[in-house]
Design a binder for this molecule. Structure first.
Ligand code: FAD
Length: 391
């Protein structure tokens, strides 16, 4: 039975259908039982719990918004709540799903033709194939619209890719990566479905992260990687097409940010009710209530925003600046909230055992990926002033 989260203070889950609520209740129970007990140890060791992949996918968390693979008719608000529930338990697991569902399946769905969708979406949905999204490069992050160095050269029925990628989630253990590269013929960014075992494709794990330690990111070297023309995403012919994918995924990351803030808030609230100082629970101290209420305010404002941005996706009225503002705002409020919540736990707020520390550390990566706050701000700035400050 679906119970709205206590942190959904204004009852936004009322937007969901009964089927959607049932699916969310099932997902939440699965995450609490099978995923939550694993995350602290994996975070500390910087390892990914591969054994959860079949069970996680069995919950219908990947490619579940597309016609070919959706288990039942569902709304973008529901898909947002799925991202929230995942992130509320662990931001790395939410990121694994975000890459698989939003970036890899999303790119193939939004930019592929019927054959490419039919070939890849079912396998990405089931987890039989793990996907990645290779846009960022060592020398090009925020400026990837114009700064990509990776090249694609048409050679008869094939394309030859050369270059390097950085930060690519899931690529150390994944099967296929959507690589974005500049066509040397017309200087436009195009997308290619590249199996990770193609000769010349080498993925190396990025070590020593202090955020999102469970999810694995790769540096990828591409040396004369040859893929058939059939693997070129038919409708990925300029950075505008890449941006169509990012418009969807940025909204999803904003939902993840709300989930992370909720995870930290719930940890802080529970701790405040238990821990006694000056002869009374922390929860009875006015300044602690202030931290908790400010956190709930951030969560509520962000939740209202992401619900609306998802409704706009369903009515096809969402533009780049809407998801950019949602991502910039929700991640900024998340960052503030996880710091307050960690503070409620005092010293225990910096050890993994009480969860708040993990959300605190993980929030930093979410704040920067899928467009930093600055870049998303500049996307909104361009929309409201008509002036692009970043070209
Ligand atoms: P830079 O672009 O070097 O920026 C550094 C700083 O300068 C930032 O604060 C930025 O906002 C600021 N800045 C840059 N330009 C301007 C400007 N014009 N005005 C004002 N400020 C500016 N990428 C993928 O392709 N696939 C993935 O799966 C993926 N997963 C990721 C997972 C993690 C954990 C992380 C950390 C990153 C991931 N990324 C991925 C890359 C991510 O999208 C980039 O890190 C992000 O776009 C920022 O790029 P950068 O790190 O190169 O920073």
């Amino acid at each position: 039975v679906f119970e709205p989260l206590v942190s959904d203070f204004f009852g936004f889950a009322a937007e969901l259908t009964d089927l959607e609520k049932e699916a969310l209740a099932k997902l939440r129970a699965y995450l609490e039982a099978e995923v939550k007990p694993l995350v602290t140890e994996h975070w500390e060791k910087a390892t990914f719990p591969h054994e959860i992949i079949p069970g996680l996918h069995a919950q219908g968390i990947a490619a579940f918004g597309w016609d070919e693979t959706k288990p039942f008719p569902n709304s973008a608000v529901f898909r947002g709540f799925v991202a929230l529930e995942l992130a509320r338990v662990d931001a790395s697991i939410a990121t694994y799903v975000g890459v698989q569902n939003g970036l890899a399946a999303g790119a193939i769905s939004l930019c592929g033709d019927a054959d490419q969708r039919a070939e890849w979406l079912p396998k990405l949905a089931s987890g039989e194939v793990i996907g990645s999204f290779g846009l960022t490069e060592p020398l090009s992050g925020s400026d990837s619209a114009q700064g990509l160095r990776t090249t694609a050269r048409r050679d008869g029925d094939h394309w030859v890719l050369n270059g390097s990628k950085r930060w690519i989630g899931n690529a150390t253990f994944g099967d296929v990566t959507v690589i974005w590269a500049k066509d040397v013929a017309d200087d436009q960014v195009k997308g290619f479905i590249v199996p990770n075992d193609t000769p010349g494709f080498v993925a190396t794990k990025i070590e020593n992260k202090v955020s999102l330690r469970i999810v694995q990111n790769a540096d990828i070297a591409l040396t004369d990687v040859v893929v058939p023309h059939a693997n070129k995403l038919v409708n990925a012919n300029s950075f505008r097409d890449t941006a169509r994918v990012l418009r969807h995924t940025r909204a999803e990351v904003a939902w993840e940010a709300v989930g992370i803030a909720i995870g930290a808030y719930e940890a802080a609230l529970a701790y405040a009710k238990e821990r006694v100082q000056f002869g009374k629970p922390l929860a009875k101290h006015q300044l602690i209530q202030d931290l908790l209420v400010k956190s709930l305010g951030n969560i509520t404002a962000s939740l209202a925003l992401v619900v609306q941005v998802s409704k706009m996706l369903d009515t096809e009225t969402q533009r780049d600046e809407h998801s950019a503002l949602a991502k910039a705002f929700a991640t900024s409020k998340m960052r503030e909230t996880v710091a307050w919540c960690r503070e409620v736990l005092g010293g225990n707020g910096i050890v993994l055992d009480h969860d708040a520390a993990r959300f605190f550390a993980d929030s930093e990566a979410i704040y920067s990926y899928e467009g930093t706050r600055e870049m998303n701000t500049l996307i909104v700035g361009r929309a409201i002033t008509g002036q692009a400050a970043f070209v």
